[in-house]
Design a protein around this ligand. Structure first.
Ligand code: NDP
Length: 295
């Protein structure tokens, strides 16, 4: 059979950022200020530093204001909570993102709970988790929302499709399952205790892998023609000694021989996350100014 279509998340994310930039310009003209995103980084985690730099760059490139705040790795939790309080009260700040993970002396749940839910563009606050679960407008975590955008772009209506989400984290798996349920899929959530995972995956029209295990999902687990969304980002040793490369949670080569469409790693889900964050910030800005926003 033919090779699966490669779902180009990088191109989709570029298009989304273009639409965000247009919306940001229109917002600025109406509101007399730019939409603003504040990102807080605690400590020097190298991966987090890269993310925060990219977020800042893309925020500015879309015509929005970027506010970066850095705290030392040994900062007290109270210092971070005070900063969040300041950002909650700052009318120039529409979205607040606290980069995770936080150092061990800080309680992540407590810090997220301190963010004003209407500025919680990451969608991690329990109020937004509850809004998603009950079908109220709120903020949805960026990575799973990006996955649904790619699925809708490829499949149109998802209604009635069998979807299997592998992984049940608060950041990806659970919100992904909620979003697919809201799209009227029949949703199965698999995890480390699931019995006979290949058999569960074989039922699915849509497979979302968010596990963190390199190339775990194999082609012979898939229903022919299934749409595969690979959220995994795993660094593994490359053929050349001392070098590394990125792979997903899906074994791309064997999966692409069976699937109808599949996201590559890199260039699939990864680029969507920041683009969706910027989109969420535009939505927040309109809500904060009481303006309508038509996507
Ligand atoms: P977590 O480690 O929080 O969750 C992993 C989930 O996978 C858990 O629910 C776990 O089950 C399940 N799991 C682990 N092993 C197995 C197994 N053998 N069989 C079935 N299920 C298993 O990871 P995240 O959700 O945060 O991230 C998942 C992946 O997505 C990672 O590779 C991460 O790097 C990537 N990621 C990519 C993003 C992006 O593209 N921008 C953003 C966020 C994450 P249990 O609950 O039972 O332990």
């Amino acid at each position: 059979s033919a090779e699966a279509e490669r779902i180009d998340g990088k191109a989709f994310a570029e298009g989304l950022r273009d639409r965000v930039a247009e919306a940001a310009a229109a917002f600025t003209a109406r509101a007399g200020r730019q939409p603003g995103l504040a990102v807080v980084l605690v400590g020097e985690d190298p991966a987090s530093q890269v993310y925060v730099r990219n977020k800042g760059r893309q925020t500015v490139a879309c015509g929005m204001a970027s506010f970066e705040h850095r705290l030392p790795a040994d900062a007290a939790e109270a210092d971070l909570l005070a900063l969040v309080e300041t950002l909650n009260g700052d009318p120039a700040v529409d979205g607040i993102l606290v980069q995770l993970p936080l150092p061990p002396q800080m309680d992540e749940a407590k810090v997220i709970a301190a963010i004003n839910p209407d500025k919680d563009v990451d969608g991690f606050h329990v109020v937004n988790v509850g809004r998603l679960a009950t079908g109220l407008p709120g903020f949805v975590p960026c990575t799973p929302l990006g996955c649904v955008m790619l699925l809708r772009d490829r499949l149109g209506s998802l209604s009635g499709l069998d979807a299997v989400v592998i992984g049940r984290s608060n950041i990806v798996g659970k919100p992904m399952a909620q979003l697919l349920l809201a799209e009227s899929c029949t949703v199965t959530v698999a995890h480390s205790r699931t019995r006979d995972l290949p058999e569960v995956v074989r039922r699915a029209d849509i497979v979302v892998a968010a596990v963190g295990r390199p190339e775990m999902v194999k082609g012979d687990w898939l229903k022919p023609g299934a749409t595969v969304i690979d959220v995994g980002i795993n660094r593994v040793p490359a053929a050349e000694a001392g070098k590394t490369r990125l792979v997903g949670d899906v074994d791309y080569a064997s999966a692409a021989a069976v699937a109808g469409a599949i996201t590559p790693v890199p260039g699939g889900v990864g680029p969507m996350t920041i683009a969706v964050l910027l989109r969420n910030t535009i939505v927040a800005a309109h809500r904060n100014e009481g303006l309508d926003f038509d996507e």
